[in-house]
Ligand binder design. Structure first.
Ligand code: ZN
Length: 215
């Protein structure tokens, strides 16, 4: 689909030493946004490369918001890549609120807090789509990085389909299950029941743990 994965004017890379270890930071432009692939260890021409395709979430990733599990998943994915010794984290911009943008995402938070709407209904009641994320930039950078096949850290079966239909071989899906909390259990339940995400830990939270009593 993408013959020329990414032209050289749209990509730059350098070493990036982080608290976790050293990555190759590959910045690239695609579809009007600037994205980043963090490559750890040897991944070029390899099979079964451990990857995470992470959708930008400023509130969760940077500020540690507990109303979603994005920040924890980002940390866990990077930790797992370093523990394994190789892998790639692709950080996709333009994916706030499953593609509606930061301002609209915060508008959905208002409806969630004030009217009890879930993550889907709060978007649709504003006339916004539930999910308009485009994974094309992830496909292009994986081809640029010459990865043969991947193990995808995700709970979202649709993401496998999005990669495979664009020529990326997904050899396996690796669950990335975060422990729910009182602030995100509703969000996770909606993702499980209405978006088809595979989230077995949600059952454990609702059945095993007594709900906190007001203090
Ligand atoms: Zn989030």
């Amino acid at each position: 689909m993408y013959e020329e994965a990414i032209s050289h004017e749209d990509v730059a890379e350098s070493d990036l030493v982080t608290r976790r270890g050293t990555f190759r930071a590959v910045a690239f432009r695609a579809d009007g946004h600037e994205h980043m692939a963090l490559v750890h260890g040897k991944t070029s021409m390899r099979d079964n490369v451990l990857i995470r395709v992470h959708s930008e979430c400023m509130t969760g990733d940077i500020f540690g918001a507990m109303r979603c599990e994005c920040g924890e998943q980002l940390d866990a994915a990077l930790n797992r890549i370093v523990a394994e010794g190789s892998g790639i984290l692709i950080y996709l911009r333009g994916h706030e609120g499953r593609g509606i943008g930061l301002v609209e995402k915060v508008r959905t938070h208002v409806l969630q807090d004030e009217q009890g709407l879930d993550t889907l209904d709060s978007a649709t009641s504003l006339g916004l789509p539930v999910d308009v994320r485009d994974y094309g930039p992830a496909v292009r950078i994986l081809k640029h990085l010459r990865v043969n096949s991947v193990r995808l850290m995700s709970n979202n079966p649709d993401k496998i389909e999005a990669l495979e239909s664009n020529g990326i071989t997904v050899a396996a899906r690796e669950p990335l299950l975060m422990r729910p909390n009182d602030h995100n259990i509703g969000y996770l339940t909606a993702k499980r029941d209405r978006l088809g995400h595979d989230l077995p830990q949600v059952d454990a939270f609702t059945t095993d743990l007594p709900r906190a009593v007001d203090r």
